[in-house]
Design a protein around this ligand. Structure first.
Ligand SMILES: Nc1ncnc2c1ncn2[C@@H]1O[C@H](COP(=O)(O)OP(=O)(O)OP(=O)(O)O)[C@@H](O)[C@H]1O
Ligand SMILES: [Mg+2]
Length: 954
């Protein structure tokens, strides 16, 4: 296409308030040919050391300032309608340029596909539209109101008439330090808040930079554009009015005041306005000629039934990224993959494609796929990689040559396996890094296009990795990057790749600091600097959540949260388990309260009477003493022999005499039988072990073809469970922290194989829970409980996932009346539900206990069938209460982004009120319909049961 352009001076601004001859020119480049409708704004000259908005005069009237740092202007800056007159052009330029709004900057309605391009072609579910509408309805934004169309009348707060003291107005201003100099230079943009008789001046990072009080109300009413005044040693000039809506949402800081908060805050932000195609699409002119018409046909038929066609780039995108004017070609997902994809996965692939292509947020190529566990994030990424590696919208040129996948060590081979499962071994060449296969091999060979590496290996081979030009970076289980100071995060940030995807099954909004790090990693600079983010979003949101927050603070916090959700919602996608429930078999979850054995009760009493526990309750001991007491009680619940073992070990230690544990274990040995031998432990000594042993026997008997995943948090406990397997002749396999990473996938594959003879998979939840697929097992037994519900939920999700053929039975074993019940209660109580706990990295060390709480923890309830049921305030007498199905209940979620995010979320632990809805009955209940429970009831004091996806035959 002939790209001959002609130039026209559109606007020259000479705001010569300072007396300097400062001119800012905007030129519009107008093109011939097809793209005559488009124009390009270029900033030719600007004045040094002046407030950005002042450069072109009043921002509410003149085109917005464009940072010279932006080497690749965003489409909105670049594009204006040729047939528009200058006024129209000004309006376009005045719009919020950052997020490329095409209709209204508030609607988050970016880049909707044009009718023509969508016509006749299946472009997925037009996810963006759905999503953005969702985002915009979530917020309380006024869709017809823009930052720059400020109301003529100053907006005042409710009740202004009656109470002049509560009058609140907001103005955009420019400011400089007060001086007597003749020629003043504005130093920055700001926001002036006039409340009652006082002023507050904030900079665009939300920081207070001036205050003043005691002004006359009459004067305040008269404030108008162009007015100058002195505030707290600063001179300001009012540039325009900011609506309360724009202030409350925080938009006036980032956008209304001149984008500086976003544009200048991060180096990386500048980088991100770069061409998402440049890595691969740049062709020499010779190549150009040769190739220009070669691959103009889509690789797969976009009109075929069930085809999944990606969104076509709009005119802006083409204008920016199709410099070589290749024909636009449909990008069509390989039908071979589409055949297997679930509807949510098709949506997910469309979402990822649009994100990394910079179609969702102008020039930003990052995405966070935060689907719950088991929804097939791996397959969605594989489909994306395969597509981008073979196709592209411009002349069909591939977008990606090399992809880097960083994942926890235990999943490196799982990724490889998934590639092979979905694409076979021929289509794409995968290189996995391990002890024997170094990064150099990948670097030297042109053969491989995908490098899969663990986080640990990445750190070790960072230098070599930096030498490779990766076009796409995927960080699996990426919630670990939430802390920007940790080495892994800094290493990944240092990679120059712009298309970045984080995969995580954990909700990302629970902690606003961590949220910032994840967002800033995928789309650097999009939320401005950390300090601006804190002032504009985090502080008001956190303040609004305090019980003491005023109505005003609450509203402000909610609106800021809504704005943040709207901004980031464009590139974060989270779907919950429900979307695949229909493809999964039923799940029967049981909480089983096991009666402790006689030896356990005797030892428990003794421990609770120890000096150490008594001191703890009086608050006399060191900070960590209670953790030692808790640890001992937990061991005892698993099996007394574990306690015996640790006492013996401690006694042989030279520091035993001074050890705090002496106070705890004093006299305990006398409770054990004189000839007690931990190696010869019996099942009767532990209530849970007795139940487990019977459970394994009944599974074996009733479902001989099915397998069991047996989970504990402790290696020593796994040793005991392993011994039980041996004694009963059950074939088993084991994965714990000591299992070499290179062997893990092999162990998992072996167990999942239908040819395997293993009956039991012994799993240490902390070592290997994350991301594993253990669909070979259909019974999962959680032998002990963790303080952090996320650890348990992770483990439970290993079996109930796509590919599972049998109904899934989950058994959580708890020792009745003991600390295990208390931990469970904490998991399901408000305290345990607080957002921070739904996070795998949080351990009990983070938990603070009051003396009251410790008293409760260190109490043994010997006469109750189930303390948890006693606490539920349930009207039933414990006789087979059949509650409503859990699925019918609304599930709330603790999320710092507030009510706008409330969605059902199965990752969130169960709440007390939900548990109350489960069927529940005592162990001696006469009518137990479940044959498995029937067989273990003798040692069980109480059951809770819930069935998801119930069908008649279980
Ligand atoms: N469309 C599908 N049809 C059949 N099986 C599928 C499909 N999508 C994914 N799976 C299988 O489902 C299992 C879970 O997928 P995957 O491991 O990608 O989940 P995930 O979202 O990464 O979960 P986690 O957060 O636990 O890592 C895998 O065995 C995968 O092969
Ligand atoms: Mg995964």
């Amino acid at each position: 296409m002939d790209r001959g352009a002609w130039w026209a001076t559109v606007h020259g601004v000479a705001k010569s308030r300072t007396g300097l001859s400062d001119f800012t020119f905007f030129l519009m480049e107008l093109e011939g040919g097809k793209q005559k409708q488009q124009g390009r704004l270029i900033l030719l000259n600007m004045r040094r050391s002046a407030a950005p908005s002042q450069l072109q005069g009043n921002p509410f009237k003149k085109p917005k300032f464009i940072s010279p740092a932006r080497s690749h202007p965003s489409p909105n800056e670049e594009v204006a309608k040729l047939n528009s007159d200058i006024k129209l052009f000004e309006v376009a330029a005045n719009k919020n340029n950052f997020l490329q709004p095409q209709n209204d900057p508030r609607t988050c309605n970016f880049n909707l596909p044009t009718k023509e391009c969508a016509k006749g072609i299946n472009h997925g579910d037009n996810y963006r539209e759905k999503y953005c509408l969702e985002a915009s309805t979530k917020t309380t934004l006024d869709l017809h109101h823009t930052v720059h169309s400020a109301p003529k009348e100053i907006t005042v707060s409710k009740g202004q008439e009656e109470k002049p003291d509560s009058l609140v107005k907001y103005f955009s201003v420019v400011w400089c330090k007060a001086s007597k100099k003749k020629h003043k230079k504005w130093e920055g943009d700001g926001v002036l808040i006039v409340k009652g008789k006082s002023f507050t001046l904030k900079d665009l990072e939300g920081k207070d930079i001036g205050r003043g009080t005691g002004y006359k109300l009459k004067e305040l009413e008269k404030i108008e554009e162009g007015q100058t005044m002195m505030i707290g040693g600063k001179e300001i000039e009012v540039m325009g009015i900011i609506s309360p809506d724009d202030f409350n949402s925080g938009r006036c800081f980032q956008f209304g005041g001149g984008c500086s908060a976003i544009l200048s805050s991060s180096q990386a932000a500048k980088k991100c306005f770069s061409n998402p195609f440049k890595s691969v699409c740049k062709l020499s002119s010779k190549e150009n000629k040769q190739n220009s018409f070669q691959s103009c046909k889509p690789r797969h038929d976009p009109y075929a039934p069930n085809s999944l066609v990606m969104l076509r780039p709009d005119k802006n995108h083409q204008w920016l990224f199709n410099k070589n004017c290749f024909p636009v070609v449909d990008v069509v997902i390989d039908p071979h993959l589409v055949y297997y994809l679930r509807p949510h996965q098709k949506e997910g692939i469309t979402f990822l494609y649009e994100c990394v292509m910079g179609m969702r947020v102008n020039g930003r190529c990052g995405a966070i796929l935060a689907d719950e566990m088991g929804l097939g994030k791996t397959l969605q990424c594989i489909s994306l990689i395969w597509t981008l590696q073979c196709q592209g919208p411009y002349g069909g040129k591939p977008i990606v040559k090399k992809t880097l996948i960083v994942t926890p060590g235990s999943l490196v081979n799982n990724w490889k396996k998934e590639f092979q499962k979905w694409l076979g071994i021929e289509r794409i060449k995968i290189f996995t890094v391990d002890q024997d296969h170094k990064v150099e091999e990948f670097t030297k060979s042109p053969f491989y296009s995908v490098l899969i590496i663990s986080y640990e290996m990445l750190l070790r081979s960072l230098d070599q990795i930096k030498n490779v030009k990766f076009d796409l970076l995927i960080c699996d289980e990426g919630h670990r990057l939430k802390n920007s100071t940790i080495k892994t995060t800094t290493a990944l940030i240092s990679l120059s790749c712009e298309k970045r995807i984080i995969l995580t099954g954990t909700p990302v909004q629970n902690d606003l600091q961590e949220f910032f790090t994840l967002i800033d990693f995928v789309n650097p600079g999009i939320l401005g600097s950390l300090s601006a983010y804190r002032k504009i979003y985090e502080e008001p949101i956190i303040i609004s959540r305090q019980p003491s927050a005023s109505e005003e603070e609450r509203e402000l916090g909610e609106q800021r949260a809504a704005e943040l959700t709207c901004l980031t919602g464009l590139f974060i996608l989270r779907r919950t388990q429900e979307v695949i429930n229909q493809y999964l078999p039923p799940k029967i979850e049981n909480v089983v309260f096991c009666r402790p054995g006689a030896l356990q009760i005797a030892l428990y009493r003794k421990l609770l009477n120890s000096q150490a526990v008594r001191f703890c309750l009086q608050g006399l001991l060191e900070n960590t003493s209670h953790l030692i007491c808790i640890g001992a009680l937990k061991k005892l619940c698993n099996h007394p022999c574990l306690l015996f073992g640790s006492i013996k070990e401690k006694e042989s230690n030279s520091t035993w005499d001074e050890s705090e544990e002496r106070n705890l274990y004093e006299g305990l040995m006398n409770v054990f039988p004189a000839d007690y031998n931990p190696i010869m432990f019996t099942e009767e000594e532990s209530g849970k072990l007795q139940v487990l042993s019977k459970l394994l026997a009944v599974i074996r008997e009733l479902r001989p073809a099915e397998k069991v995943v047996l989970v504990s948090n402790y290696t020593r406990t796994l040793d005991i469970l392993q011994e039980v397997c041996k004694r009963h002749g059950y074939a088993y396999t084991r994965l714990d922290g000591q299992t070499p990473i290179s062997q893990r996938q092999q162990i998992v594959d072996g167990f999942n194989s239908k040819y395997s003879s293993d009956f039991i998979f012994l799993l240490s939840s902390k070592a290997g829970g994350v991301g594993l697929n253990l669909i070979g097992g259909s019974h999962l037994i959680l032998y002990d409980i963790d303080w952090n519900p996320a650890t348990d939920i992770q483990a439970m999700s290993r079996v109930w996932r796509d590919g599972q053929k049998h109904p899934v039975h989950i058994y959580r074993l708890l020792t009745t009346g003991t600390i295990e019940e208390k931990i469970y209660q904490r998991q399901i109580s408000k305290q345990g539900l607080s957002g921070a706990v739904v996070d795998l990295s949080k351990t009990s060390d983070h938990i603070q206990f009051s003396v009251e709480e410790l008293k409760n923890l260190f109490t043994l309830h010997e006469s109750s069938h189930c303390v948890t049921h006693d606490l539920l305030d349930c009207e039933c007498t414990g006789e087979n209460h059949t509650g409503d199905s859990l699925e019918k209940l609304p599930v709330s979620r603790n999320c710092q982004l507030g009510p706008h995010q409330q969605k059902s979320d199965s990752l969130k632990p169960l709440s007390m009120s939900q548990l109350k809805q489960w069927r529940h009955f005592p162990g001696d209940h006469l009518n137990l319909t479940d044959p498995f429970l029937e067989r273990i009831r003798e040692n069980v004091s109480f059951f809770f049961q819930n069935i998801t996806n119930q069908t008649t035959a279980i």
